[in-house]
Design a protein around this ligand. Structure first.
Ligand code: SAM
Ligand code: SF4
Length: 334
């Protein structure tokens, strides 16, 4: 089999997100429990196996790769993987190699990331107040992330800040975040909290706030104009007249963006999720370990894309006690 990956709903799959590890140096309250059980190391794909799978997707028309996690930059020798994959940037097969990170290791890795050809990164940051930062990440230090952001900026990497909108936590900071990102030259995207993984659903009910409320709050202070800008992801953007910056909104809970979905997700154990919000998977670990010149891998990928569902169905409501999706975001990556 060869040629582009087209799903049964006519959508071309051109974007692969790869969770290179489920481990993390933070424990964000909405993402992980404090005492997380991580995947056994023996189940985790080697960097070489991840490289083979990613390159196979590139061969089949994937033009955008995003490395995520857990925290991608805490996996040992992960730069080797990025460097190997960057050869597809040189040939032009890949338009973009990028990553989503919590920023804690950026001070150390920014120059190398830039050298490899990484032009843009997403950095998750939910608050600009030090105490609150340590509270939401359980362990993190804002100062370290800010130093990392400066290093990335100096290295010439464009930065988008991802902020999860959390009622009663950062809903008094949205204006500050818009101003700060405008001053720093960062894009900013707000995300609705999704019901993924067991963290205590009472806590999540309290956290959830629809982004229509975020936008309404921002409208009181800023002139927002809808723009056509897209980075290939699901965010819808506005331009902030006063700062000249862009603000995006990712609304999985209140607006279904599945009709334009172009992506699939790979976990660090080689499980392919065809939809973030559904349970159906394909086992690429067995396929990549078959000694058959990649035939099993190609066939398993084709079969999986042939099963990509039409959409997801997240629910946060008071009748449900379980999260709609039992796995944590750190497994499939954000
Ligand atoms: N550790 C990296 C980071 O924090 O950027 C990459 C992985 S993290 C799982 C990716 C994104 O998912 C982050 O922006 C995080 O805020 C978001 N996230 C995690 N759990 C979430 C949830 N339950 N709902 C919405 N976003 C979530
Ligand atoms: Fe770690 Fe990112 Fe999850 Fe926070 S959101 S716990 S930084 S994986």
């Amino acid at each position: 089999m060869d040629g582009p990956l087209i799903d049964p709903h006519g959508r071309a799959v051109t974007y692969l997100r790869v969770s290179v590890t489920d481990r993390c140096d933070f424990r964000c309250l909405y993402c992980m429990a404090e005492d997380m059980t991580f995947l056994p190391k023996k189940d985790v794909l080697s960097l070489e196996e991840l490289e083979v799978i990613c390159s196979t997707f590139v061969e089949r028309g994937v033009t955008k790769l995003r490395m995520t996690g857990g925290e991608p930059l805490v996996r040992r020798d992960v730069m080797w993987l990025f460097r190997q994959l960057s050869r597809h940037l040189v040939t032009g097969a890949l338009d973009e190699l990028t990553l989503t990170t919590n920023g804690s290791q950026l001070e150390r890795f920014s120059d190398e990331l830039a050298d490899i050809g990484i032009r843009r990164i997403n950095v998750s940051l939910d608050t600009l107040e030090e105490d609150k930062f340590t509270e939401i990440t359980r362990w993190g230090r804002l100062e370290k992330v800010k130093a990392g952001l400066n290093a990335a900026k100096r290295a010439g990497i464009a930065i988008k800040i991802n902020t999860v909108a959390l009622r009663g936590f950062n809903d008094d900071e949205f204006n500050n975040l818009v101003q700060w990102c405008g001053d720093e030259g960062f894009d900013l995207t707000f995300i609705e909290v999704m019901p993924m993984g067991e963290i205590g659903e009472e806590a999540r009910l309290g956290q959830y706030m629809p982004l229509s409320m975020v936008r309404a709050k921002l409208n009181e202070s800023w002139s927002l104009r809808d723009i056509d800008y897209s980075t290939g992801g699901p965010a819808r953007y506005v331009e902030v007249k006063e700062t000249g910056g862009r603000v995006g909104f990712i609304t999985p809970m209140t607006h279904n963006f599945c009709e334009s979905c172009n992506r699939v997700r790979l976990t660090c154990t080689g499980i392919l999720y065809m939809c973030l919000g559904q349970e159906d998977t394909a086992d690429l670990r067995t396929a990549v370990r078959a000694k058959d010149n990649g035939t099993a891998l190609m066939n398993t990928i084709d079969d999986a894309i042939g099963r990509k569902p039409k959409g997801h169905d997240f629910i946060i409501d008071r009748r449900r006690r379980d999260p709609s999706v039992p796995r944590h975001m750190s497994v499939t990556g954000g």
